[in-house]
Design a protein around this ligand. Structure first.
Ligand SMILES: Cc1ncc(COP(=O)(O)O)c(C=O)c1O
Length: 385
């Protein structure tokens, strides 16, 4: 009997179906859903996303803008005075010489690392770095040493090994997105200076949240010192707006304008978006009260859970993981908390390493203390692994 060859589209469809079935069996299947009460799953740390004043600034910007689309990449027709002004404003806000705006944090990291690192360079990357940092490093084809999460003894040993003729870079997040712990900046500076390595720091979960006016965790000492090559600030979290900045020297900016592929080959966002980001920056700079509330609420959640012997890993920020050993346990716990009225989602590999499945809780400046106490009771009352 002659077997009919499967059509290419049928073959691909079968393969996709098998992958989806396997993900389901492993408890790692993901589905889009609209969270009804995202109180403990939001990155809107300052509570700006629903600010009527910010909404009003966006509406005004749309009304007064001469176009609602950019019409091209920034190097062609897409540039506008609004972008130039915004980048100058952000550089001033962050205390850096210059800043370049990208359409997202993902694009910023991939564009920066893909352009800056060369195959002869060596990059030392924390094991828990975000996927966008990992993808940028991979794209660059630089030699890569992944060091265990914040294990600076390991990093020091690795830096001691001769890395050849290329340059060396250490890449970390200042606040880690899934674990909510922080990179010790002073130790990083010492290591980078001692071994002549450049520092690249992702401030995604620190901008708006930590530092004077919400500048992030990069301290003044680092801003003006040699090792800092670039810092990345996403706007989509505490700054409640689209896009991201890479900040550093004026020369870095000019280099990225020429070489960062996610900048050069991508249509700019509409110019009114610059006014959105600019308004969010001004709100953030004046949001000391919200920052105080945010940190007070984060402490309340962390200490409430720790006092009930719940494993929250090394969190000391507004990101608080509930650690589980397996995807199935994390899924079951998320379902039971959701049924109790706390809509949360499990985070599973490959987003986090094998065996560290978790529920990632976050608080914002607007999270109600009573809701935090209720969640703590629900977590403590749920069956723990
Ligand atoms: C540490 C880190 N860097 C970069 C990004 C990407 O930023 P964006 O969501 O703006 O693409 C994220 C977002 O989850 C992040 O957590």
């Amino acid at each position: 009997m002659r077997l009919e060859p499967r059509s290419p589209a049928g073959q691909t469809g079968d393969r996709l179906g098998e992958t989806l079935d396997r993900l389901r069996a492993e408890g790692r299947y993901r589905e889009l859903s609209v969270l009804e009460t995202p109180e403990f799953s939001s990155n809107d740390y300052l509570g700006l996303a629903r600010s009527p004043e910010l909404a009003e600034a966006v509406v005004r910007a749309v009304r007064t803008s001469d176009r609602v689309a950019s019409t091209g990449p920034r190097l062609l027709s897409g540039n506008a005075p609004e972008w130039e002004a915004l980048e100058a404003e952000f550089a001033e806000f962050a205390g850096m010489e210059a800043a370049l705006y990208f359409g997202s944090g993902y694009a910023a990291n991939v564009g920066l690392l893909g352009a800056l690192l060369r195959p002869e360079d060596t990059v030392y990357s924390d094991a828990l770095n975000h996927a966008s940092l990992i993808d940028g490093i991979r794209l660059s084809r630089a030699n890569t040493v992944v060091f265990p999460h914040l294990d600076f003894d390991f990093l020091e040993d690795a830096l001691t090994v001769d890395a050849g003729t290329g340059e060396r870079f250490i890449v970390v997040e200042s606040v880690f997105s899934m674990d909510g712990d922080r990179s010790p900046m002073d130790d990083l500076i010492v290591l980078a200076e001692r071994f002549g390595a450049g520092l690249i720091i992702d401030e995604a979960h620190a901008v708006g949240v930590f530092g004077r006016r919400g500048q992030g965790l990069i301290p003044d000492a680092l801003r003006s010192s040699e090792p800092l090559v670039a810092a990345v600030y996403t706007c989509g979290k505490a700054l409640a707006s689209p896009g991201a900045f890479v900040a550093g020297s004026g020369r870095l900016k000019r280099f990225l304008v020429n070489k960062a592929r996610t900048f050069v080959y991508s249509t700019a966002l509409p110019p009114y978006v610059a006014s959105h980001v600019s308004a969010a920056l001004r709100f953030s700079a004046n949001a000391d009260g919200a920052r105080l509330r945010l940190h007070e609420r984060a402490r309340r959640l962390r200490s409430g859970l720790s006092n009930r012997n719940v494993d929250i890993g090394r969190s000391d920020t507004q990101i608080v993981p509930l650690m589980f050993g397996s995807s199935q346990r994390a899924v079951a716990a998320a379902e039971s908390l959701t049924a109790a009225g706390f809509t949360v989602r499990p985070i599973r590999p490959p987003t986090v390493p094998e065996g560290t499945d978790r529920i990632r809780l976050t608080v914002t400046a607007d999270t109600r203390p009573a809701a935090i106490d209720g969640l703590i009771r629900a977590v403590a009352g749920a069956e723990r692994p």
